[in-house]
Write a protein of this length. Structure first.
Length: 68
């Protein structure tokens, strides 16, 4: 499955990806642990932010492309 790193995901998708509840998701967003922004009252979460959060929390280095 291919994910566009520039894709924006929803709170529900964040919860599903991390297997967490909405309150925990809002805590991560409000603290800045997962980088996101709001338009009005709606959170916009770049998939790249989710990937970076997972890499940071797991201690893994983010995947980078190798030069051809």
């Amino acid at each position: 499955m291919y994910y566009d790193p520039n894709e924006l995901i929803t709170i529900e998708q964040l919860c599903d990806a991390l297997s967490i509840g909405r309150n925990t998701a809002y805590t991560l967003l409000n603290s800045g642990a997962v980088k996101a922004f709001k338009i009005g009252r709606i959170w916009k979460i770049p998939r790249q932010s989710l990937n970076e959060y997972i890499s940071t929390q797991s201690g893994l280095k983010p995947h980078t492309k190798r030069p051809s």
